[in-house]
Design a protein around this ligand. Structure first.
Ligand SMILES: [Zn+2]
Length: 461
């Protein structure tokens, strides 16, 4: 029986869904069904078998729809959304000129609005989980957690523990309290962070990393982001950022190293040997870096990695496309590697690989029994995807967020055709825009690059 697809199709305490295609961990499959009970995938298997076993349940056929895992953004800064459009054309190290002045002006209310605006953008872009690397705003992190939870986004929420900053942040005791506070929360997963290795003492790096490992949490650090960062570290402590983490005894599977674009052969070896994970952020590399993480080589070496936006734009399909494209331009063209990850590498690392990198490999990122029902329905009946010959590649190169019919997190419908069903999305957008104007009027942001229009005028003179 054909099901008329409406938001109600996806509601109920127990659901038997039979999409046209299901994206399983080893690739797309037709003729499959999923059983969702209380927000968890309880069974995934051939539709005929599941239908027979659960004959009392009405099967909801999702013709023309792909059911796939929600994407996981492995590196984000949720409270930077008010300034995301100030970074274009800027040279690296914009944290000094844009993020520090902006985030230091946020109070709990404006931080909440900034984070909720980010969360809505992420959900619209197909992300069901984001890893926040820690805010510079001096606020209670409850404001960020409220924003993501109310929007319905799963969040890995870091507390920053820099102890060598001019403005030292939480000490180890506070880190322990943070980990304990969020333990058992359904949508918030605590994490610890230092912004860059030289912002913390060796002892704190080692301690926060160990505490993360004990708690099953991730320890987030910006590592080897660009030449400016590598040289800053060499001047400060005589070691490159990743070497410094190694020196401090902070490397391990709990480490989530953001960027890792400039890696020596020894550093690649250190990542592989210690099981540390990387967030490969291709859009951030293009917009404000000077190198692209060697992700194809990392995949070949078994280095764990996910894909991250770094707050550039919350669009998972464009991120995946950028991940492939950047590898191709930076490495594939030079070596004649026309496959360059064979499509599946980027889809897998945007979903299961990212979930693993942010410490949630047993929670989300795959359509598999026992995992949270964090999924997307994607419309396959658009001209861009017909005829279809290799859906995996097509998702990487041709799919678009306007095809996302539904975004579901923990079995609950969060967005329907791009907008929340249970709260007023457009009202939030307009409220956040007003708050951003006020914050930016007060923040001493220093932009080096003029706006596009000013740049054009200057050039024409
Ligand atoms: Zn970052």
């Amino acid at each position: 029986m054909r099901t008329q697809l409406t938001p109600d199709t996806l509601s109920g305490q127990q659901l038997l869904l039979a999409p046209e295609v299901t994206l399983l961990p080893d690739g797309p499959a037709s003729g499959y069904a999923v059983l969702i009970t209380d927000g968890v995938f309880t069974e995934v298997g051939p539709a005929a078998e599941l239908t027979r076993r659960h004959s009392r349940l009405a099967v909801r056929h999702l013709d023309g729809q792909l059911l796939m895992p929600g994407f996981v953004d492995a590196h984000h800064h949720l409270t930077q959304s008010f300034g995301k459009a100030l970074a274009f054309g800027e040279p690296s190290e914009i944290f000094r000129r844009v993020w520090v002045p902006l985030e230091s002006r946020l109070d709990e209310e404006s931080a909440y609005l900034a984070a909720k605006l980010s969360a809505l953008e992420s959900l619209r872009g197909g992300f069901t989980t984001v890893a926040d690397a820690g805010t510079r705003a001096g606020i209670d992190l409850g404001a960020v957690a409220d924003a993501t939870t109310e929007a319905g986004l799963r969040c890995v929420l870091a507390q920053v523990g820099n102890d060598l900053d001019p403005d030292p942040r939480a000490a180890a005791a506070e880190a322990e309290a943070h980990l304990a506070h969020w333990s058992g929360h359904r949508l918030v997963h605590a994490s610890l962070a230092v912004s860059i290795p030289e912002a913390a003492s060796d002892a704190v790096l080692r301690r926060l990393s160990a505490l993360s490992a004990e708690a099953g949490a991730v320890f987030q650090v910006h590592v080897n982001e660009h030449l400016a960062a590598v040289e800053r570290s060499l001047v400060a402590c005589g070691r490159r950022p990743l070497e410094q983490l190694h020196h401090a005894g902070a490397l391990g599977p709990q480490l989530l190293a953001a960027h890792a674009t400039l890696l020596t052969p020894r550093e690649l070896h250190l990542l592989a040997e210690t099981g540390a994970a990387v967030s490969y952020n291709p859009v951030a590399s293009a917009w404000k870096g000077n190198a692209v993480a060697p992700a194809t080589a990392m995949a070949a070496a078994g280095i764990r990695f996910g894909l991250g936006t770094d707050g550039t734009r919350g669009d998972a399909f464009r991120l995946m496309d950028a991940a492939e494209f950047a590898q191709r331009l930076a490495y594939g063209l030079a070596s004649g590697d026309s496959s360059c990850g064979a499509g599946w590498t980027w889809l897998e690392h945007a979903t299961a690989g990212s979930a693993d990198a942010v410490g949630l490999g047993q929670v989300t990122g795959r359509i598999a029994a026992g995992l949270a029902a964090d999924y997307l329905l994607v419309d396959l009946t658009v001209p861009e995807l017909r005829p279809s010959h290799d859906l995996t590649w097509e998702l990487v190169r041709l799919a678009n967020r306007d095809q996302i019919t539904a975004v579901v997190v923990e079995g609950k419908l969060r967005l329907w055709r791009g907008w929340p069903t249970e709260w007023d999305g457009p009202a939030l957008v307009s409220q956040a825009a007003k708050a951003a104007e006020k914050v930016l009027a007060e923040a001493e942001v220093h932009r080096v690059h003029p706006t596009a229009a000013e740049h054009r005028r200057n050039g024409a003179r």
